[in-house]
Design a binder for this molecule. Structure first.
Ligand SMILES: C[S@@+](CC[C@H](N)C(=O)[O-])C[C@H]1O[C@@H](n2cnc3c(N)ncnc32)[C@H](O)[C@@H]1O
Length: 425
């Protein structure tokens, strides 16, 4: 029998040694090709769950263990067992039996097998007390690294607990209706006819009451909808693209916002990304939605000489690489992989991309700077500094009532983003 907990142990182990969660899961599906959808679901649930609540679970284990076990895999197995005992509806004796049985595959040492059993049973005996004790430390309470908590507290003294708790929730599955094909109300009815309830967030953004596999979405293969967070759906309309405009999406892959731009108007869109593999996903998305770009290029946005034909752009979307601190619900691995020192490198990259793109924007053109981060270094502070060095740049007010001073904090309806719409004088 395939032990889903054991496979999840290897996934968590890969993440904690530097791999992204999506990459670790991808490798896992390739290695274990015979996994059923149910087994894959369980592995995903364990891996996402442990990474989402890693701070809390490790605090509890620290209290329960005199010293951590020598085997890192046993440690991760214990975290998975604890995660299930706190957050799943599976019967406790099933969880304990399965975890102890999984430990037998990892070690022949009976003492360690006994330790796994004892730790989980001890947890159950003192559950309430342990949950309270773990929450006395901020890392245990919020399940984020301490530097992350401290940064958010200093930047959002009022909102930081809400931001951190939101990060630990399950994200909604949100659709963007392709209004070239079908209007939002009609698509909502179509969903209902297929037994799927949804809620309109804004524009063409429909949040599903329950997540489903994309193949189950009516009209998905015909390009009626794309899966895209409601916050991300605000970006393309802010550029107010019109027919015939010469537009650049400078950090485009996998193409969520590029395809949105093309759905909004018949523009001549150059799609750029420096990652060839990720660009393949843009091509797939364009094909499914039956949309056409003017040009797809692989290159560095900070060095236009290598890919630009010399014609200035009317509109530029710069969805720059960032810490992704606004999308941790979808990628809980980010919390533990990101280092505070990464921010400095990211800001340098963002600054050089923005500076280079500004040079190739037409006079009177507009550039939308976007991050899926809530850290001010990558957002307001970077834009303020840019404005000081570029007297020909003006920030345009953003018409959306949802966006506050460029920022959109994550909540139960959307992820966290930052937008700055810059107008070249
Ligand atoms: C936030 S993601 C873009 C998401 C995309 N706009 C969407 O909506 O689907 C950032 C992208 O920037 C790309 N990137 C990072 N550094 C780059 C650079 N110097 N030049 C071009 N692309 C870059 C990454 O490969 C990544 O695909």
């Amino acid at each position: 029998m395939i032990k889903t907990q054991l496979i999840a142990v290897t996934v968590v182990d890969k993440v904690m040694t530097g791999s992204s969660l999506s990459h670790a899961l991808q490798q896992c599906w390739q290695k274990h090709a015979s996994l059923s959808n149910q087994q894959k679901g369980a592995i995903q649930n364990f891996s996402y769950g442990v990474l989402r609540f890693y701070g809390q679970l490790t605090e509890i284990l620290t209290i329960l263990l005199k010293k951590p076990p020598q085997s890192q895999k046993i440690y991760y197995l214990l975290l998975i067992g604890l995660y299930q005992l706190i957050y799943s509806k599976t019967k406790v004796y099933t969880i304990i039996n399965q975890t102890v049985s999984a430990s037998r595959t990892l070690t022949r040492n009976k003492k360690i097998q006994g330790l796994v059993n004892a730790v989980l049973r001890n947890f159950l005996r003192q559950k309430d007390d342990l949950l309270t004790k773990a929450a006395q430390k901020e890392v245990g309470l919020y399940s984020h690294p301490q530097w992350w908590i401290d940064k958010l507290r200093s930047q959002y003294p009022e909102h930081f607990p809400t931001i951190l708790h939101t990060d630990n929730q399950h994200p909604p599955m949100t659709l963007r209706v392709n209004q070239r094909k079908i209007n939002v109300n009609d698509y909502q009815q179509l969903l209902l006819a297929h037994g799927m309830e949804s809620q309109l967030i804004w524009h063409g953004a429909l949040s599903l009451k329950q997540s489903v596999n994309v193949e189950k979405l009516p009209g998905f293969s015909e390009g009626f909808v794309s899966v895209q967070d409601a916050g991300a759906q605000l970006a393309a309309p802010l550029l107010k693209v019109k027919q015939g405009m010469h537009v650049l999406d400078a950090c485009a892959a996998p193409g969520g916002k590029s395809t949105h731009l093309l759905e909004l108007a018949d523009i001549s869109l150059t799609i750029l990304d420096h990652d060839e593999t990720r660009l393949n996903r843009v091509t797939q998305n364009l094909e499914r939605l039956k949309l056409q770009a003017y040009k797809i290029a692989c290159g560095d946005a900070a060095n236009p000489n290598s890919w630009w034909d010399g014609k200035p752009f009317d509109r530029i979307l710069a969805d720059v690489p960032c810490s992704a601190s606004g999308v941790t619900r979808r990628h809980p691995d980010i919390k533990w992989l990101r280092r505070e020192t990464d921010l400095h490198t990211l800001v340098l990259k963002q600054r050089s991309i923005l500076h280079a793109l500004w040079q190739i924007l037409a006079k009177n053109g507009k550039l939308l700077y976007v991050t899926c981060s809530v850290f001010m270094e990558e957002n307001t502070w970077l834009i303020d500094e840019f404005l000081q060095h570029h007297p020909d740049a003006r920030v345009e007010p953003l018409p959306e009532p949802e966006i506050n001073d460029g920022g959109l904090l994550q909540n139960n309806q959307h992820d966290g983003f930052f937008y700055a719409l810059l107008h070249k004088q």
